[in-house]
Design a protein around this ligand. Structure first.
Ligand code: GLN
Length: 194
């Protein structure tokens, strides 16, 4: 049985835990201390406020622990603020970050005419069924490196990507009824766990 943690410092922790709990054969835990990562196979960094979360990650000594987690080829999913913290570069900012994913992001930029909106789309690699995509002051991915697969883009605006062991979404699958994205993540965790 694989174990998946949700980084529980700030943001939408409970919603991710609730979605993961609906999936069979996964152990689920809120992660409040870096040591807890030792027995996790996957980690979700939730949405919230990336500046606050960045400070808490540093304060609670998660920076090196999450980098080591990535180096062990364990699976990480960052949604929204989580995506921002994983990005190698944030436009117009110079802040210390995890920088594990070869992408450039722009904060509060996706569908810039609206603060928050819900879209509907099929993301073929994830599922054949139409999914609701919930965007809340969402970041836009403006550049991707060679090792990055684009999972979803609309009119040239990139909102979901992955590489070998990291998934990043600008939207919030944990705020919809569907557990499809969480299942996709758990499958990736399983495939890299033995
Ligand atoms: N706008 C937020 C930030 O820049 C992210 C929003 C979210 O996670 N829903 O941190």
């Amino acid at each position: 049985k694989v174990k998946v943690g949700v980084l529980a410092l700030q943001g939408g922790v409970t919603e991710h835990l609730n979605h993961l709990n609906q999936i069979e054969n996964v152990q689920v835990a809120p992660v409040k201390k870096p040591e807890q990562l030792n027995d996790c196979n996957g980690l979700i960094i939730p949405g919230g406020e990336s500046t606050t979360m960045r400070k808490l990650i540093k304060h609670y000594n998660f920076t090196e622990a999450i980098k080591a987690f990535d180096q062990q080829q364990k699976v990480i999913w960052g949604s929204c603020a989580g995506l921002i913290l994983l990005a190698a570069e944030i436009e117009g900012e110079n802040n210390e970050q995890l920088a594990l994913l070869n992408i450039k992001v722009k904060r509060n930029a996706f569908g810039s005419q609206l603060d928050s909106f819900i879209d509907k789309a099929v993301i073929p690699k994830v599922s054949d069924s139409v999914q609701e995509l919930v965007f809340i002051r969402a970041p836009l991915i403006t550049e991707v490196g060679q090792d990055i697969d684009i999972l979803y883009q609309k009119e040239g605006q990139i909102a979901a990507v992955e590489n070998k062991n990291i998934i990043a979404t600008a939207f919030h699958p944990e705020l919809t009824k569907s557990t499809i994205f969480h299942q996709y993540f758990v499958e990736k965790v399983k495939s890299l766990s033995n």
